[in-house]
Write a protein that binds this ligand. Sequence first.
Ligand SMILES: [Ca+2]
Ligand SMILES: [Ca+2]
Length: 346
Amino acid sequence: MKKHWLSLAIASFGLTLIFNPAAALADPVVFEASGATPADIQTTVNAFRNFLGPNNGVGGTFPDGRREINWDGVPDAFSAPNLLPANFFNSNSPRGAVFFTLGTGFQVSANSINPTGTPVRFGNIHHVYPALFSTFSPQKLFSALNSNITETLFFIPGTAQSATSTGFGAVFTDVNTDHSTKIEYFDVNGNLLFSQNVLPGTTNRGSLSFLGVGFDTASVFFVRIRSGNRILKTPNRDVVVMDDFIYGEPQALHQCPPAATLVATNPTYSCGGTCWGHISGTGLAPNAEVDIFAPGLIGNGSADSNGNFDSDVGLSCGAGWSGLHATSTTATNQPIASNTVNSPCN
Ligand SMILES: [Ca+2]
Ligand SMILES: [Ca+2]
């Protein structure tokens, strides 16, 4: 975390107030690769997994880690030529992901052995598709039908409680052009957080591409995937389908705000004529302004995006000082004031 130091000189008392405002949010981290075989994207996929965290739990919920969907365990009854229920991965296999599309539903491709003799890799939709598409995780792939748009919303796995994620990535097959395929990331207010095109593959047919984007907080409420620039109907460019989804463990959206505190403490040390007091706060409104007072001076800083504030406050020792305190606003929009401390520091 970067620290910025500001100073505010107050002439009448010859005191100086110093504090460190919260650091800005980090930029999203992009993981992308493409190639002819799974090995060409494996390192990047693993790096994204490591970014999200090692826990790949099924059932229950966890404070961190990730979830994955490779489609391969979807039973024949919910695979081609049948539809996949949109909530399969929050109901049948609870992983906190529910899908939406402007089209007519979703389909997972068939295994090589299945009771209806359905061709693999969407050969049931067009006979050329098995030659166009390959798998990262054999054997099943995923697509929306009659739309190239798939949206994923996150939930606490197995529940209807809305959630957010620290990131989302997907494997695509047969991306042929630069701008046919992309993932957009939105926050809970519908703001576009980030958008990135998926790298085209390196071969004319059967390539694999991966795009994952990670955030430093669980800020992703839903993702919108555009898989290719046409629906899954004919082999024309650029038809694209999906394999593995990888995303951060969904975190509850509506959590009770933590109890708020705002505390001033006496100097614990002095250095170079400056006595260092301390102001700390929790449960404040995200990025809330924290006003810091001592007789004859005022300064302010900001809580971080989680409502925490923690800053040393430096005042000139020579004149002595008293009455250090702070005020701010809690996460429930209530005013809050710290205690007042008087320093013996001279
Ligand atoms: Ca698969
Ligand atoms: Ca294509």
